[in-house]
Design a protein around this ligand. Structure first.
Ligand code: GLU
Length: 389
Protein backbone atom coordinates (compact mmCIF):
# COMPACT_ATOMS: atom_id res chain seq x y z
CA UNK A 1 0.00 0.00 0.00
CA UNK A 2 1.24 3.50 -0.75
CA UNK A 3 1.56 5.48 2.42
CA UNK A 4 0.59 8.98 3.36
CA UNK A 5 2.91 11.72 2.20
CA UNK A 6 3.12 15.50 2.71
CA UNK A 7 0.72 17.59 0.59
CA UNK A 8 3.67 19.15 -1.22
CA UNK A 9 4.56 15.79 -2.74
CA UNK A 10 1.37 15.37 -4.74
CA UNK A 11 1.12 16.42 -8.37
CA UNK A 12 -2.48 17.49 -8.82
CA UNK A 13 -4.86 18.20 -5.95
CA UNK A 14 -8.65 18.71 -5.93
CA UNK A 15 -9.94 20.55 -2.86
CA UNK A 16 -13.66 20.34 -2.07
CA UNK A 17 -14.98 23.04 0.21
CA UNK A 18 -18.31 22.72 1.99
CA UNK A 19 -20.83 25.58 2.12
CA UNK A 20 -20.65 26.09 5.89
CA UNK A 21 -16.93 26.88 5.69
CA UNK A 22 -17.43 29.70 3.19
CA UNK A 23 -20.76 31.18 4.14
CA UNK A 24 -22.14 32.34 7.45
CA UNK A 25 -25.92 32.42 7.63
CA UNK A 26 -26.03 35.99 8.90
CA UNK A 27 -22.74 37.59 7.89
CA UNK A 28 -22.57 36.07 4.39
CA UNK A 29 -19.23 35.26 2.81
CA UNK A 30 -16.37 34.47 5.21
CA UNK A 31 -13.81 36.61 3.46
CA UNK A 32 -10.95 36.16 5.95
CA UNK A 33 -11.28 32.36 5.74
CA UNK A 34 -11.32 32.49 1.94
CA UNK A 35 -8.24 34.75 1.83
CA UNK A 36 -6.33 32.37 4.11
CA UNK A 37 -7.43 29.41 1.95
CA UNK A 38 -6.21 31.16 -1.19
CA UNK A 39 -2.85 31.82 0.48
CA UNK A 40 -2.60 28.05 1.18
CA UNK A 41 -3.49 27.33 -2.46
CA UNK A 42 -0.82 29.79 -3.62
CA UNK A 43 1.66 27.89 -1.42
CA UNK A 44 0.85 24.61 -3.19
CA UNK A 45 1.02 26.23 -6.60
CA UNK A 46 4.41 27.71 -5.79
CA UNK A 47 5.60 24.11 -5.38
CA UNK A 48 4.43 23.33 -8.92
CA UNK A 49 1.26 21.50 -7.86
CA UNK A 50 -1.89 21.86 -9.98
CA UNK A 51 -4.84 22.88 -7.81
CA UNK A 52 -8.55 22.56 -8.59
CA UNK A 53 -11.29 23.76 -6.27
CA UNK A 54 -14.79 22.33 -6.04
CA UNK A 55 -16.58 25.05 -4.14
CA UNK A 56 -20.04 24.70 -2.64
CA UNK A 57 -21.78 27.72 -1.24
CA UNK A 58 -23.79 29.11 -4.17
CA UNK A 59 -27.14 28.30 -2.60
CA UNK A 60 -26.05 29.35 0.89
CA UNK A 61 -24.63 32.63 -0.39
CA UNK A 62 -27.69 33.33 -2.54
CA UNK A 63 -29.89 32.71 0.48
CA UNK A 64 -27.94 35.19 2.48
CA UNK A 65 -27.89 37.83 -0.32
CA UNK A 66 -31.66 37.43 -0.84
CA UNK A 67 -32.29 37.24 2.90
CA UNK A 68 -34.45 34.12 2.50
CA UNK A 69 -35.99 32.68 5.68
CA UNK A 70 -34.42 29.52 7.11
CA UNK A 71 -35.99 26.15 6.30
CA UNK A 72 -36.16 23.94 3.25
CA UNK A 73 -36.35 25.59 -0.16
CA UNK A 74 -38.31 24.33 -3.15
CA UNK A 75 -36.17 23.22 -6.09
CA UNK A 76 -36.83 26.40 -8.08
CA UNK A 77 -36.15 28.54 -5.01
CA UNK A 78 -32.76 26.93 -4.41
CA UNK A 79 -32.02 27.26 -8.12
CA UNK A 80 -32.79 30.98 -8.00
CA UNK A 81 -30.64 31.28 -4.86
CA UNK A 82 -27.83 29.44 -6.68
CA UNK A 83 -28.13 31.81 -9.65
CA UNK A 84 -27.63 34.79 -7.35
CA UNK A 85 -25.05 33.12 -5.13
CA UNK A 86 -22.87 31.62 -7.87
CA UNK A 87 -21.97 35.05 -9.30
CA UNK A 88 -20.92 36.28 -5.88
CA UNK A 89 -19.07 33.04 -5.11
CA UNK A 90 -17.05 33.03 -8.33
CA UNK A 91 -16.20 36.69 -7.92
CA UNK A 92 -15.03 36.12 -4.33
CA UNK A 93 -12.71 33.30 -5.45
CA UNK A 94 -11.41 35.31 -8.36
CA UNK A 95 -10.66 38.33 -6.13
CA UNK A 96 -9.03 36.36 -3.33
CA UNK A 97 -6.83 34.33 -5.68
CA UNK A 98 -5.77 37.47 -7.55
CA UNK A 99 -4.07 38.72 -4.36
CA UNK A 100 -1.44 36.08 -5.17
CA UNK A 101 -1.66 36.81 -8.88
CA UNK A 102 -3.53 33.60 -9.57
CA UNK A 103 -6.23 33.53 -12.23
CA UNK A 104 -9.49 31.67 -11.55
CA UNK A 105 -11.73 30.02 -14.18
CA UNK A 106 -15.33 29.04 -13.47
CA UNK A 107 -16.61 25.61 -14.52
CA UNK A 108 -20.22 24.60 -13.88
CA UNK A 109 -21.06 20.94 -14.46
CA UNK A 110 -24.15 18.76 -14.52
CA UNK A 111 -24.23 14.99 -14.22
CA UNK A 112 -24.49 14.50 -17.99
CA UNK A 113 -21.22 16.39 -18.49
CA UNK A 114 -19.34 13.60 -16.77
CA UNK A 115 -21.54 10.58 -17.58
CA UNK A 116 -21.61 10.97 -21.35
CA UNK A 117 -18.25 10.14 -22.77
CA UNK A 118 -18.15 12.87 -25.43
CA UNK A 119 -19.16 15.64 -23.03
CA UNK A 120 -16.80 14.21 -20.42
CA UNK A 121 -13.85 14.46 -22.80
CA UNK A 122 -14.86 18.01 -23.69
CA UNK A 123 -15.12 19.17 -20.05
CA UNK A 124 -11.82 17.44 -19.30
CA UNK A 125 -10.08 19.24 -22.16
CA UNK A 126 -11.28 22.64 -20.91
CA UNK A 127 -10.17 21.95 -17.34
CA UNK A 128 -6.80 20.64 -18.51
CA UNK A 129 -6.28 23.77 -20.60
CA UNK A 130 -7.00 25.96 -17.55
CA UNK A 131 -4.40 24.01 -15.56
CA UNK A 132 -1.92 24.28 -18.38
CA UNK A 133 -2.09 28.07 -18.30
CA UNK A 134 -1.66 28.05 -14.52
CA UNK A 135 -5.25 28.99 -13.64
CA UNK A 136 -7.22 27.48 -10.77
CA UNK A 137 -10.54 25.99 -11.96
CA UNK A 138 -13.34 26.86 -9.53
CA UNK A 139 -15.95 24.16 -10.07
CA UNK A 140 -19.52 23.74 -8.87
CA UNK A 141 -22.60 21.90 -9.96
CA UNK A 142 -24.68 23.95 -12.40
CA UNK A 143 -27.51 24.12 -9.88
CA UNK A 144 -29.57 26.58 -11.89
CA UNK A 145 -30.35 24.11 -14.68
CA UNK A 146 -29.93 20.73 -13.00
CA UNK A 147 -33.28 19.00 -12.47
CA UNK A 148 -33.43 16.07 -10.09
CA UNK A 149 -32.60 13.44 -12.73
CA UNK A 150 -29.51 15.22 -13.94
CA UNK A 151 -28.17 16.37 -10.58
CA UNK A 152 -25.16 15.20 -8.70
CA UNK A 153 -26.89 16.65 -5.65
CA UNK A 154 -23.72 16.72 -3.63
CA UNK A 155 -20.33 18.18 -4.26
CA UNK A 156 -18.42 15.34 -2.56
CA UNK A 157 -19.09 12.97 -5.46
CA UNK A 158 -18.76 15.77 -8.01
CA UNK A 159 -15.29 16.48 -6.59
CA UNK A 160 -14.34 12.80 -6.83
CA UNK A 161 -15.52 12.72 -10.42
CA UNK A 162 -13.44 15.82 -11.19
CA UNK A 163 -10.43 14.22 -9.49
CA UNK A 164 -10.66 11.07 -11.60
CA UNK A 165 -11.44 12.98 -14.77
CA UNK A 166 -8.32 15.12 -14.44
CA UNK A 167 -6.01 12.38 -13.19
CA UNK A 168 -5.50 14.08 -9.80
CA UNK A 169 -3.53 12.10 -7.23
CA UNK A 170 -5.15 13.67 -4.17
CA UNK A 171 -8.69 14.72 -3.26
CA UNK A 172 -9.19 16.72 -0.06
CA UNK A 173 -12.72 17.00 1.34
CA UNK A 174 -12.95 19.93 3.74
CA UNK A 175 -16.08 20.26 5.86
CA UNK A 176 -16.99 20.47 9.52
CA UNK A 177 -16.09 16.79 10.08
CA UNK A 178 -12.43 16.01 10.78
CA UNK A 179 -12.53 12.48 9.39
CA UNK A 180 -14.04 9.01 9.63
CA UNK A 181 -14.95 7.43 12.96
CA UNK A 182 -15.96 3.82 13.62
CA UNK A 183 -19.43 5.19 14.47
CA UNK A 184 -21.03 8.65 14.46
CA UNK A 185 -19.10 10.36 17.33
CA UNK A 186 -22.05 12.49 18.47
CA UNK A 187 -24.13 9.34 19.01
CA UNK A 188 -21.56 6.84 20.23
CA UNK A 189 -19.05 7.76 22.97
CA UNK A 190 -16.92 4.72 22.04
CA UNK A 191 -16.43 5.87 18.46
CA UNK A 192 -12.77 5.88 17.52
CA UNK A 193 -11.10 7.98 14.88
CA UNK A 194 -9.57 6.27 11.84
CA UNK A 195 -6.42 7.89 10.57
CA UNK A 196 -5.69 5.51 7.68
CA UNK A 197 -8.19 3.58 5.59
CA UNK A 198 -6.37 1.14 3.32
CA UNK A 199 -9.47 -0.07 1.46
CA UNK A 200 -13.17 0.79 1.47
CA UNK A 201 -14.57 -2.53 2.66
CA UNK A 202 -18.24 -3.21 3.53
CA UNK A 203 -17.28 -2.65 7.19
CA UNK A 204 -15.91 0.81 6.38
CA UNK A 205 -19.04 1.60 4.40
CA UNK A 206 -21.18 0.55 7.35
CA UNK A 207 -19.37 3.09 9.55
CA UNK A 208 -20.66 5.88 7.32
CA UNK A 209 -24.28 5.11 8.19
CA UNK A 210 -27.30 4.82 5.95
CA UNK A 211 -27.87 5.74 2.34
CA UNK A 212 -27.50 9.31 1.17
CA UNK A 213 -30.69 11.33 1.19
CA UNK A 214 -31.58 14.93 0.62
CA UNK A 215 -31.13 15.44 4.37
CA UNK A 216 -27.82 13.67 4.84
CA UNK A 217 -26.42 15.30 1.71
CA UNK A 218 -22.79 16.02 2.27
CA UNK A 219 -22.69 13.64 5.26
CA UNK A 220 -20.24 10.78 5.70
CA UNK A 221 -22.13 8.58 3.22
CA UNK A 222 -21.38 10.81 0.23
CA UNK A 223 -17.78 11.18 1.42
CA UNK A 224 -17.30 7.41 1.39
CA UNK A 225 -18.96 7.23 -2.03
CA UNK A 226 -16.49 9.90 -3.18
CA UNK A 227 -13.68 7.83 -1.68
CA UNK A 228 -14.73 4.78 -3.70
CA UNK A 229 -14.73 6.76 -6.94
CA UNK A 230 -11.39 8.42 -6.22
CA UNK A 231 -9.41 5.51 -4.78
CA UNK A 232 -10.51 3.08 -7.52
CA UNK A 233 -8.81 5.38 -10.00
CA UNK A 234 -5.59 5.62 -8.03
CA UNK A 235 -6.35 8.94 -6.30
CA UNK A 236 -5.80 9.23 -2.52
CA UNK A 237 -8.40 11.05 -0.43
CA UNK A 238 -8.21 13.08 2.77
CA UNK A 239 -11.19 14.07 4.91
CA UNK A 240 -10.27 16.99 7.15
CA UNK A 241 -11.92 19.75 9.08
CA UNK A 242 -11.94 23.18 7.47
CA UNK A 243 -13.24 24.89 10.58
CA UNK A 244 -9.91 26.52 11.39
CA UNK A 245 -8.30 29.14 9.19
CA UNK A 246 -5.71 27.73 6.74
CA UNK A 247 -6.83 24.09 6.90
CA UNK A 248 -4.24 22.93 4.36
CA UNK A 249 -1.42 24.31 6.52
CA UNK A 250 -3.10 22.70 9.50
CA UNK A 251 -3.02 19.28 7.76
CA UNK A 252 0.67 19.84 7.01
CA UNK A 253 1.27 20.69 10.65
CA UNK A 254 -0.28 17.44 11.83
CA UNK A 255 -3.94 18.33 12.38
CA UNK A 256 -6.04 15.18 12.59
CA UNK A 257 -7.48 13.91 9.30
CA UNK A 258 -8.44 10.59 7.69
CA UNK A 259 -6.40 9.39 4.73
CA UNK A 260 -7.78 6.88 2.23
CA UNK A 261 -5.14 4.97 0.29
CA UNK A 262 -5.43 4.87 -3.50
CA UNK A 263 -6.00 1.45 -5.02
CA UNK A 264 -2.68 -0.10 -5.99
CA UNK A 265 -3.70 -1.06 -9.50
CA UNK A 266 -3.89 1.96 -11.76
CA UNK A 267 -6.56 1.64 -14.44
CA UNK A 268 -6.74 3.10 -17.94
CA UNK A 269 -8.45 6.42 -18.64
CA UNK A 270 -11.44 4.63 -20.12
CA UNK A 271 -11.78 2.38 -17.09
CA UNK A 272 -11.60 5.46 -14.85
CA UNK A 273 -14.60 6.82 -16.68
CA UNK A 274 -16.46 3.51 -16.31
CA UNK A 275 -15.71 3.21 -12.58
CA UNK A 276 -16.76 6.75 -11.80
CA UNK A 277 -20.21 6.64 -13.40
CA UNK A 278 -22.81 7.53 -10.84
CA UNK A 279 -25.84 5.92 -12.45
CA UNK A 280 -25.19 2.52 -14.07
CA UNK A 281 -28.01 1.64 -16.49
CA UNK A 282 -28.60 -1.81 -15.01
CA UNK A 283 -27.34 -4.62 -12.81
CA UNK A 284 -25.99 -8.09 -13.44
CA UNK A 285 -26.30 -10.32 -10.37
CA UNK A 286 -23.63 -12.99 -10.48
CA UNK A 287 -22.80 -16.21 -8.63
CA UNK A 288 -19.80 -16.85 -6.35
CA UNK A 289 -17.87 -18.63 -9.12
CA UNK A 290 -18.11 -15.51 -11.28
CA UNK A 291 -16.98 -13.32 -8.37
CA UNK A 292 -13.85 -15.45 -7.97
CA UNK A 293 -13.21 -15.38 -11.73
CA UNK A 294 -13.56 -11.58 -11.87
CA UNK A 295 -11.23 -11.27 -8.88
CA UNK A 296 -8.66 -13.25 -10.89
CA UNK A 297 -8.94 -10.79 -13.81
CA UNK A 298 -11.27 -12.84 -16.02
CA UNK A 299 -14.19 -11.64 -18.13
CA UNK A 300 -17.78 -12.12 -16.98
CA UNK A 301 -19.38 -14.96 -18.96
CA UNK A 302 -23.16 -15.39 -19.34
CA UNK A 303 -22.92 -18.67 -17.38
CA UNK A 304 -22.11 -16.80 -14.15
CA UNK A 305 -25.01 -14.33 -14.43
CA UNK A 306 -28.04 -15.24 -12.32
CA UNK A 307 -30.22 -12.26 -12.77
CA UNK A 308 -30.41 -9.17 -14.97
CA UNK A 309 -32.17 -5.96 -14.00
CA UNK A 310 -32.66 -2.61 -15.67
CA UNK A 311 -33.22 -1.39 -19.21
CA UNK A 312 -29.87 -1.05 -20.89
CA UNK A 313 -28.43 -1.20 -24.37
CA UNK A 314 -25.25 -2.82 -25.57
CA UNK A 315 -22.31 -0.61 -24.58
CA UNK A 316 -24.01 0.89 -21.50
CA UNK A 317 -22.35 0.72 -18.10
CA UNK A 318 -23.81 -1.88 -15.74
CA UNK A 319 -23.02 -2.69 -12.13
CA UNK A 320 -21.98 -6.27 -11.34
CA UNK A 321 -23.44 -7.43 -8.04
CA UNK A 322 -22.11 -10.36 -5.99
CA UNK A 323 -24.22 -12.83 -4.01
CA UNK A 324 -23.91 -10.68 -0.86
CA UNK A 325 -25.82 -8.01 -2.77
CA UNK A 326 -22.79 -5.78 -2.99
CA UNK A 327 -21.41 -4.13 -6.11
CA UNK A 328 -18.04 -5.64 -6.99
CA UNK A 329 -17.37 -4.30 -10.47
CA UNK A 330 -18.64 -2.14 -13.29
CA UNK A 331 -18.34 -2.59 -16.98
CA UNK A 332 -19.65 -1.98 -20.46
CA UNK A 333 -22.14 -4.72 -21.25
CA UNK A 334 -21.94 -6.59 -24.58
CA UNK A 335 -25.69 -7.21 -24.93
CA UNK A 336 -28.99 -5.33 -24.74
CA UNK A 337 -30.95 -6.10 -21.56
CA UNK A 338 -33.42 -8.47 -23.27
CA UNK A 339 -30.70 -10.55 -24.88
CA UNK A 340 -28.67 -10.51 -21.67
CA UNK A 341 -31.70 -12.01 -19.87
CA UNK A 342 -32.06 -14.72 -22.47
CA UNK A 343 -28.46 -15.92 -22.25
CA UNK A 344 -28.00 -15.45 -18.49
CA UNK A 345 -26.88 -18.72 -16.89
CA UNK A 346 -26.13 -20.33 -20.28
CA UNK A 347 -22.85 -21.47 -21.80
CA UNK A 348 -21.14 -19.11 -24.27
CA UNK A 349 -21.30 -21.85 -26.94
CA UNK A 350 -25.11 -21.71 -26.78
CA UNK A 351 -25.38 -17.96 -27.50
CA UNK A 352 -25.82 -18.26 -31.25
CA UNK A 353 -28.54 -20.91 -30.97
CA UNK A 354 -30.46 -18.83 -28.40
CA UNK A 355 -30.17 -15.37 -29.97
CA UNK A 356 -29.81 -16.25 -33.63
CA UNK A 357 -26.52 -14.41 -33.95
CA UNK A 358 -23.00 -15.00 -32.70
CA UNK A 359 -22.41 -12.31 -30.08
CA UNK A 360 -19.41 -11.88 -27.83
CA UNK A 361 -18.50 -14.80 -25.61
CA UNK A 362 -18.32 -12.48 -22.60
CA UNK A 363 -21.26 -10.60 -21.12
CA UNK A 364 -18.73 -8.00 -19.92
CA UNK A 365 -15.21 -8.29 -21.30
CA UNK A 366 -12.38 -7.78 -18.85
CA UNK A 367 -10.98 -4.90 -20.94
CA UNK A 368 -14.27 -3.08 -20.44
CA UNK A 369 -14.52 -3.82 -16.71
CA UNK A 370 -13.15 -2.35 -13.54
CA UNK A 371 -13.32 -3.81 -10.03
CA UNK A 372 -14.98 -1.39 -7.64
CA UNK A 373 -14.70 -3.37 -4.40
CA UNK A 374 -12.04 -5.56 -2.85
CA UNK A 375 -12.73 -9.30 -3.37
CA UNK A 376 -11.92 -11.73 -0.60
CA UNK A 377 -13.67 -13.69 2.11
CA UNK A 378 -15.40 -11.75 4.85
CA UNK A 379 -12.96 -13.02 7.48
CA UNK A 380 -9.98 -11.88 5.42
CA UNK A 381 -11.48 -8.42 5.13
CA UNK A 382 -12.12 -8.32 8.87
CA UNK A 383 -8.49 -9.21 9.55
CA UNK A 384 -7.46 -6.35 7.31
CA UNK A 385 -9.82 -3.93 9.03
CA UNK A 386 -8.46 -4.81 12.46
CA UNK A 387 -5.21 -3.19 11.41
CA UNK A 388 -6.88 0.24 11.08
CA UNK A 389 -7.73 0.48 14.76
N1 GLU B 1 -23.88 23.00 -5.36
C1 GLU B 1 -24.35 23.39 -4.07
C2 GLU B 1 -24.02 24.85 -3.81
O1 GLU B 1 -23.10 25.38 -4.33
C3 GLU B 1 -23.74 22.58 -2.94
C4 GLU B 1 -23.89 21.09 -2.98
C5 GLU B 1 -23.05 20.39 -1.89
O2 GLU B 1 -22.41 21.07 -1.10
O3 GLU B 1 -23.00 19.16 -1.83
O4 GLU B 1 -24.68 25.52 -3.04
Amino acid sequence: MTSRKPLGRYRRVVIKIGSALLVDRKAGLKKAWLDAMCADIAGLKAKGIDVLVVSSGAIALGRSVLDLPSGALKLEESQAAAAVGQIALARAWSESLSRDEIVAGQILLTLGDTEERRRYLNARATINQLLKIGAVPIINENDTVATSEIRYGDNDRLAARVATMTGADLLILLSDIDGLYTAPPHLDPNATFLETISAITPEIEAMAGGAASELSRGGMRTKIDAGKIATTSGCAMIIASGKTDSPLSAIENGARSSWFAPSGTPVTARKTWIAGQLQPAGELHVDDGAVTALGAGKSLLPAGVRNVSGLFSRGDTVAIIGSEGREIARGLVSYDADDARRIAGRKSAEIEAILGYAGRAAMVHRDDMVMTAPIGSKSERQKKDASYA
